[in-house]
Design a protein. Structure first.
Length: 336
């Protein structure tokens, strides 16, 4: 069935195409009689305006691309929801691409969003992304980094201070009497993982106690990888095990909890303390409620979309770095 066009509406209403356009876009400049005739023709023909085409002709897209690092992580789901809340106020739709920590998929989504001429791009990148974002900027597609501080200041970013968060987590473990801490996380190509470990090392180095920290590397920030890491810990002699674990995110922490407490019968927190990062909704509902470092996920998404919209309207704005301070949430998994 052929698509009804604005010319069909004009023909049936007995008015010009320009009059139909004015009824749709500037009704205050059209007589009441013309409005009535056009609306009647629209109703009879079932005409639906192609708003995307109209915006493209005007050089303004109604979509924003959002490239997320891990679509299965509830933290990113909440960040996207925050961006969607803000986008709806501006009549903007968000297209989401999940990279699963894969550089090729990240590049594919950026190419797709560039071809679609989106209004702008929000991205939680995997590796070094500045050169690619510069190419987008040269095509008048602004970009804002999400959950990653842009250290050289070339692009705006909205994130939590992961170094401070790592320090908060490790200090909490030290304050509850733990002296053999293991940081569980990876891959270290992800800036947030490196920053959280760096913060933990600051807390250990500045401690008045004799505190040790080791690194247990994972290949991804997933529950499954947490389970694997937990089994590796259980294989050690009891005296060689850490007495506290700082997981780089809550998904890893939940996998560790499953492996240690349920599979290995190693009691949390009496035998080993456990803290995560992000404070996703599942953290409080875990078999042992999980202590975590909270990020204001929805606020991050809302702020990032707001910054992106401002930059899409004024390309002369100086990039800005919005950094939220994380918050310690103490639950049963780190009781002294």
């Amino acid at each position: 069935m052929p698509t009804t066009s604005i010319r069909d509406v004009a023909r049936l209403a007995g008015v010009s195409v320009g009059t139909v356009s004015n009824v749709l876009n500037k009704p205050d400049e059209v007589s009441a009689d013309s409005i009535a005739r056009v609306q009647k023709a629209i109703s009879e023909l079932g005409y639906v305006r192609n708003d995307a085409a109209r915006r493209l002709r005007a050089g303004v897209s109604a979509t924003v691309g959002f490239v997320v690092l891990d679509g299965q992580n509830p933290f990113f789901a909440e960040v996207v929801r925050g961006a969607e809340d803000e986008a709806s106020k501006n009549g903007i739709a968000i297209l989401v691409g999940n990279t699963d920590e894969d550089l090729r998929r990240e590049a594919t989504y950026l190419d797709l969003f560039e071809e679609q001429r989106v209004r702008g791009v929000l991205i939680s990148p995997y590796g070094d992304i500045n050169q690619r974002l510069q190419q987008l900027k040269e095509r008048d597609i602004p970009a804002v980094l999400v959950d990653r501080i842009n250290v050289d200041g070339r692009f705006s970013s909205v994130a939590v201070d992961s170094v401070a968060g790592g320090q908060i987590a490790a200090q909490h473990l030290i304050d509850t009497g733990r002296r053999r801490i293991a940081f569980v996380g990876g891959p270290f190509d992800i800036r947030q993982v490196r920053d959280r470990l760096a913060g933990a090392r600051v807390a250990v180095d500045n401690s008045d106690y004799d505190v040790e920290i080791e690194v247990i590397t994972t290949t991804a920030l997933t529950v499954d990888e947490g389970v694997v890491a937990g089994r590796r810990i259980m294989e050690r002699p009891r005296q060689a095990r850490p007495d506290a674990l700082f997981a780089a995110n809550d998904l890893l922490a939940l996998g560790l909890l499953q492996s240690l407490q349920l599979d290995g019968k190693l009691l949390v927190p009496s035998e080993i303390s456990l803290i995560g990062f992000d404070d996703i909704s599942f953290a409080a509902a875990a078999a042992v409620p999980l202590s975590s470092v909270r990020q204001p996920s929805r606020m991050i998404g809302q702020t990032a979309l707001r910054v992106l919209m401002e930059e899409s309207e004024d390309s002369s704005l100086i990039p800005r770095q919005t950094v939220f301070r994380p918050e310690l949430v103490v639950r049963a998994s780190t009781q002294p």
